[in-house]
Unconditional design. Structure first.
Length: 293
């Protein structure tokens, strides 16, 4: 029983990282109906910015996190303006192929700039002691990751539901043409969506680096795909769905590892994707929408 609760704690920590990345996927899809496959690489860039902020600039955890989020937000806007904006009225497949191309460009651009060798986050970034509750050892890092994720998710909900840009995002998501007619600047709203989603991915990169220590230029591929699965699981385009989907996927992975099938932990995400597409294509929080032809 103790082992099970321990794995649930680990799963929630891992799932909160997936949830932060999945939020970027789901926000962008909700507004421009684009699966931004370069999003996992923004997460990788965030991890490296956090690493260099800590090791080279000698910053603490919080300043490094904020710097990574700010840089990734700017990076996300640049990606949208350069790669996606010219394709706004193009076919879905053209935008999808461009997203894959941008992903490869970022990965191999990073390898060209700094080499392919991995780096390791220092262990003494945040000194939070582990403690035991009813015989269950909970690491301080797991709690920190969970706290950062919860704060950022609450902040996102506040932005989306209580601010002017949040209202504009919801309006554009509902009907882009009607939003234009009502005087909403659609281009700025889409850029803001990319900025917020990319900032969350940058934060996920820093906490992932702290949790797993090792980072490398191709590290964004698998977490990016898993976060996409989490977004589909929750219902793509639905913000609470991305949060729940990420947490559920993290817990499933940890339980699979605990059961002795650790080699299958990456594969189980795609089993979940296949099952959700077969039995509930709209996701846990999605509604089946009939399109008139």
């Amino acid at each position: 029983m103790e082992q099970l609760i321990q794995q649930l704690v680990n799963g929630v920590s891992l799932g909160s990282i997936y949830a932060l990345i999945a939020l970027g996927y789901t926000m962008v899809y909700g507004i421009v109906k684009l699966i931004n496959f370069a999003h996992g690489d923004v997460f990788m860039v965030g991890a490296f910015i956090g690493f260099y902020s800590i090791t080279v600039l000698d910053l603490g955890f919080l300043p490094s996190l904020l710097l990574a989020m700010t840089t990734c937000a700017i990076f996300g806007v640049l990606i949208e303006r350069i790669a996606y904006k010219p394709l706004r009225n193009a076919t879905r497949i053209a935008a999808l192929i461009t997203a894959i191309g941008v992903s490869l460009f970022i990965e191999y651009g990073m390898i060209y700039v700094r080499g392919a060798q991995p780096e390791a986050y220092p262990n003494n970034v945040v000194s939070i002691k582990s403690f035991e509750v009813f015989g269950i050892k909970i690491s301080g890092q797991s709690l920190l990751i969970l706290a950062v994720s919860i704060v950022l998710m609450i902040l996102l909900q506040f932005i989306v539901h209580k601010t002017k840009i949040g209202k504009a995002m919801r309006a554009v998501s509902h009907d882009m043409d009607a939003a234009k007619l009502m005087g909403i600047n659609v281009n700025n709203t889409i850029s803001a969506t990319f900025a917020i989603g990319s900032a969350l991915a940058g934060a996920a990169g820093v906490v992932f680096g702290m949790y797993y220590t090792k980072i490398d230029p191709l590290m964004g591929i698998i977490p990016g795909l898993k976060a996409f699965v989490a977004a589909v699981l929750g219902g793509i385009g639905i913000i609470p769905g991305a949060m729940v989907g990420g947490l559920v996927l993290g817990v499933i992975e940890s339980l699979v590892s605990a059961a002795g099938f650790s080699l299958w932990r990456d594969g189980v995400a795609f089993v979940v994707l296949i099952l959700i597409l077969i039995f509930r294509p709209s996701g846990l929080f999605g509604k089946n929408v009939k399109e008139k032809v």
